[in-house]
Write a protein that binds this ligand. Structure first.
Ligand code: IMP
Ligand code: MG
Length: 177
């Protein structure tokens, strides 16, 4: 990360709140009687997932999986490593993957395949943001918050070298003038 880069607001906390509520209402229609497992991808999705589930007023479970691509910073290498594994089996369960951002799509494509091999009843994807300009593999996003421009985003869980996750707004990094 360029140490001179500083965050600028792209979507503020109020816009995020409206969008999270909209997603929760879409998800509620489909999952109300499904006792789904909401599966957050560590680490970036934790803020979004925490806000989302507080608008879901039906039984559900939460798990997390740790995925990272080799390499560091803003460049994705394409090889995915599983860190923290699933805590409980997902066989026969309805799984909703919750992701912060779909960028190249390699992480989500890897995860959807990883989950399908464990025989869930269904797997769908909820992504807070989608950056289609950088897509390398096709990914179907079932519930989408925001389509975003080809900029590096931070805040609301998203990081740049582990920093800025605590910003309450979704921001983009831009060099100081
Ligand atoms: P993908 O595999 O390229 O789709 O990227 C997936 C992961 O890369 C996301 O889950 C994020 O953790 C990270 N990522 C991609 N773009 C951004 C960004 O703009 N800001 C912060 N993290 C990002
Ligand atoms: Mg992530």
């Amino acid at each position: 990360m360029n140490p001179k880069a500083e965050p600028h607001i792209l979507f503020d906390r109020q816009e995020i709140k409206v969008t999270v509520r909209r997603l929760a209402s879409e998800i509620s229609k489909d999952y109300r009687n499904q006792n789904p497992i909401l599966l957050g991808i560590l680490t970036g999705s934790f803020v979004f997932l925490a806000d989302l589930i507080r608008h879901l007023h039906f039984p559900l479970e939460v798990d997390f999986i740790g995925l990272s691509s080799y390499g560091h910073s803003t460049q994705t290498s394409g090889k995915i490593r599983v860190g923290k594994k699933l805590d409980r089996p997902i066989q026969g369960r309805n799984v909703l993957v919750v992701e912060d951002i779909v960028d190249t799509g390699l992480t989500t494509a890897f995860l959807l395949d990883y989950l399908q091999r464990r025989k869930p009843a269904s797997v769908k994807l909820c992504a807070l943001t989608d950056k289609p300009a950088r897509r390398k593999v096709p990914v179907k996003i079932d519930y989408l918050g925001f389509t975003v421009p080809n900029k590096f985003l931070v805040g609301y869980g998203l990081d740049a070298d582990q920093k800025f996750r605590n910003l309450p707004d979704i921001c983009y990094l831009e060099d100081k003038a």
